[in-house]
Design a protein around this ligand. Sequence first.
Ligand code: HEM
Length: 521
Amino acid sequence: MLLNVLLIGTMSSLGLQWGFSDILITSLIAIFLAFLWYGVVPLTYWKRKGIPSVFALPVLGSTAKLALFLKSFGQITNDMYFQTPGKKYVGYHRFSQPTILLRDPELIKNVLNRDFVHFDKNELQIDEVGDVFSGRHLFFINGEKWKRLRMVLSPGFSSGKMKSIFPIVGEVSGNLKAFLTEKVDAAGERGYAVDLKDLCARFTTDSVASVAFGLQCDSIYDPEVEFRRMGRKLLEPTLFNAIMFFIIIEMPWINRFLKINFISKDVKSFFRNVVLNVVAKREEDGTKLNDYFQGLIQLWKEGKLRVSEKPIDDGPGGRHAHNPKVQEKLRKEIEANIKQNDGTLTYEALQDIAYLDMVIQGESKFGVSLCRGLKFHHSISGRDVRRRATSSKRYYLPNPEGEGLDGGLWLEKGMVVTIPIYGLHHDPEIYPDPEKFDPERFSPDNKRDKQAIYLPFGDGPKMCIGSRFAMLQSKLAVVSVVSRFQLSPNEKTKVPITIDPFNFILSSKYGQWVTMKNLKH
Ligand code: HEM
């Protein structure tokens, strides 16, 4: 357009008269040139650099199906991962933006851990002033601000802290068991058909409300309570939300101007009020609970939650869980463990049930499962982890075709590197028969050599801060359900799961249906 205006201006200043058709033709030429300049020329980037790349359409790039909401984030990177076997990394385009898809486990480990200093910034652009809720969330902030907040929050997720909140999550999982017992007993022989995706979200809501705010919200019994409604709204897979999330995630350079809020106003104001009310109530009656919120109030009083940029001193079925044999083995281990501990389940005993760990890890490899449903935030493991090259010192990636070859790539500052977790977890070279639900892959011995490529919580200094909490509540929920009920697929169960393309987290479109029955003794 600018070119068009300049052309028209130049022609007018030369005294040439313009008719409608002249203006139309000039405009079309200007649009065509802009299309070439912004939509086509950037696609030659990888060829110019001599780096293999995946197909990209002009303007829409390699992620066209994502832009058209035909596939989800995770599926798109997964497709690119499987189109490029044998490469250490390849180039692709998010619109016209050149981006790296990193495939090699060793390079992935370096980017996430050893060379983190080169990649310590998030690529997402959330307006910190206009969208205080998300803009100041650990997940979105960068550099020194991130480092400081991460350090302050980390003790709240230590194993010691998990032990202290164990009884609180234990109580919620007790509610889950009581609720299911009522339903399964009432359903009799035909069993109780339930969507695990929804049930796990309700369990998570109750457990987060208890642990974080000391609130009993009972969404297990009443799915329409406001806490749950607002939580659901936060990530509702509507077309509008899908477009907003798409802009925030895939077009962060546009969001710098649009300043889209990650969380809608009513959800924000609801949770803001929850926080203010809880603080006011505790201040008023002097209550001090052993929950996460009490820790935050303390940090806030000490001024430690102020996000500062001041540098800090570092100092020193068959294929999934319906599998009856797996259920049986798990049940036996749980029973043996509880028996050993005089009929109670302690925090330490829960950590000792090795097979429980293996089942949950086997499940989370799939990305969508009973345990994955237990996440409370946008778990992005089904999507991918991304890092942006930020250091003033440039970063070098070796030749993508193999060891010892000349020629690699100096990453330009700002270049985004994508780590295709879903693809890695489904690669038959890494996990033979990858779609098979097989907890044995995660036995202590087998797990050791998979460490670099088992990344449900990411890795390195930015690894999921809530992983211990996620595991704790997953374990407690699985124990409550498996020790009491037999799970089997029903006519609504979809295998394989259909991924919802409108949802920016990996989520099954039609839920995860099972039928629960009382165990036969
Ligand atoms: C099954 C459940 C969960 C999964 C699979 C999951 C997965 C992830 C992944 C893959 C990352 C990105 C890590 C990286 O960039 O290397 C992440 C980051 C994060 N997760 Fe989780 N998560 C889960 C549950 C939770 C819970 C329960 C909380 C909070 C209580 C939480 C809080 C966070 C935060 C704050 C970050 C950003 C950390 C940072 O940038 O320093 N997550 N999570």
